[in-house]
Design a protein around this ligand. Structure first.
Ligand SMILES: CC(C)(COP(=O)(O)OP(=O)(O)OC[C@H]1O[C@@H](n2cnc3c(N)ncnc32)[C@H](O)[C@@H]1OP(=O)(O)O)[C@@H](O)C(=O)NCCC(=O)NCCS
Length: 133
């Protein structure tokens, strides 16, 4: 019983905002301000995110990778709203995009395809780039 309670507490999922609440990450000074987690976010059935540093115009920039995304009700703007909320503050990367429909939508919104690294493509949107809605 006690072990189950402890386990329950340890495995409780944090929200996306809790995961991102880390000033060291954005300052680009804290090399340890990274990490990854499955997080809770309204409208999402599954959301796996990473705090990374990515090479962009020859500089390492902090980036939030949306590494595995599944919404509860596809096609209702849930993903677009999340991107609009995060874009003001973070560089974003959507990893391993497996659907051509999704690729077209990301491109339409201003994301650019990252150089091929084998496997499915990833798409990047710098916070300095315009998000088209
Ligand atoms: C892909 C997915 C995450 C997009 O989230 P969403 O909330 O449905 O997206 P939005 O409604 O904000 O639309 C944004 C773009 O997502 C894509 N999209 C929307 N519904 C989609 C669907 N059913 N399947 C694939 N892509 C879809 C489109 O490119 C859309 O752009 P558009 O409106 O200009 O055509 C979501 O549809 C989903 O979870 N699909 C099933 C799992 C999946 O394909 N995950 C992504 C693997 S890389």
């Amino acid at each position: 019983m006690l072990i189950a309670q402890i386990r329950g507490r340890c495995t409780e999922m944090m929200t996306l905002d809790e995961f991102l609440a880390d000033p060291g990450f954005l300052s680009n000074l804290d090399p340890l301000g990274l990490g990854n987690a499955w997080v809770k976010e309204p409208g999402f059935k599954g959301l796996y995110v990473r705090k990374t540093k990515r090479l962009w115009h020859k500089k390492l920039v902090p980036c939030v990778d949306l590494a595995n995304v599944t919404v509860s009700k596809p096609g209702k703007g849930t993903f677009t709203r999340l991107v609009a909320r995060l874009h003001a503050r973070y560089n974003l990367c959507v990893e391993c995009v497996t659907s051509e429909q999704f690729e077209r939508g990301l491109t339409r919104r201003g994301f650019v395809k990252l150089p091929d690294q084998g496997g499915f493509p990833s798409y990047f949107l710098s916070k300095r780039m315009k998000l088209r809605e």
